[in-house]
Design a protein around this ligand. Sequence first.
Ligand code: PLP
Length: 374
Amino acid sequence: MVVPGQNHRDPWFADFFKACLEDTKWLFQTEKGTPFLFPATGTAGWEASLCNTLSPGDKVVTFRYGQFSHLWVDMMQRLGLDVHVEEERWGDGADEAKLEAILRADVGKEIKAVCVVQNETTTGVTSDIAAVRRAMDAAGHPALLMVDGVSGIGALPFKFDDWGVDLAVTGSQKALSLPTGLACVAASPKALKAMESAKLNRVFLDFGDMIKTNASGSVPYTPALGLLHGFRESVRLLRSEGIENVWARHHRLGTGARLAVKAWGLKLLCENERWASDALTVIETPAGVDSGLVIKNAFAKYNLSLGLGLSQVQGKVFRIGHLGNMDEIMLLSALAGTEMALLDAGVKITPGSGVGAALAHFQKTKGIYPTREF
Ligand code: PLP
């Protein structure tokens, strides 16, 4: 990523940028979708999806089950959309049966979009996007399906075309293990059709300006060149591992983390196993123990950065991230640090119990690196 200043109006850029767009399509697993790369964060990806396809007053349906789904709702409301919010317990995911009932009741087909956060980073919950699509199809509803995949895409299974997703978003700082600053978006042909009548204002995030310039490998404004170089390399690494292997690695890591929590005798915030996230694990501290103290101990004594409990679950949970450039040994060291930090905070766990449970799982399920057979 550290390259001398380059001019993106020089001839080399077109082929380079077209390759970035192809990488974006691969990341989302789409042939039909149109990719966009904005020099911005995931939040801009949310806004681009909404403002390019909807008009003020349009009805949208969404679920609130964590801080990020909450912030997306807030954005929808501030953009002037008519938002139907299904409130779920923080720790649950998108309830497909409820969604189907809402869509069936909308006989006039006034709902224009269903918006779902795939992986809720505050709670460690992964909603089932394929099942959301099935619910929409069962109701015979034509709404657009918008998915926040910020902390999922590139780590968890995501199939834009197969699941009939219309708009999906991710950011460079999660599964791609890059610095913050790229918002990656994909839009289906149906979403681009909706753009023709969408009246919400957009300027910087206008898909139209991107489409006009991207076709020839150009951009409407200065691209984040360093990040684009990093993006190409990050996707190269994921491609060489193979997307199914990337998903399997995250599943192995997630399962190991959950086995560790069980061995400690602690509870996951996500109670329903089908929604357990393979990208991060969110753990409740026992009553009377401030999770902030575990996080402080981990950071101050063991140089380990655990995630805070945000908003509703502040002080009650802490988070272990295991997405991106992460392997079994890295996670084991995080689990070991967590054990020490828990013990320091007065939580009665058996030292080594979580690490032991996770390593037994990793040893049983880990294959040999393809180039290192003996
Ligand atoms: N959605 C989810 C699920 C997230 O985890 C985040 C950030 O952590 C966002 C959206 C917002 O992305 P950004 O902070 O890149 O704007």
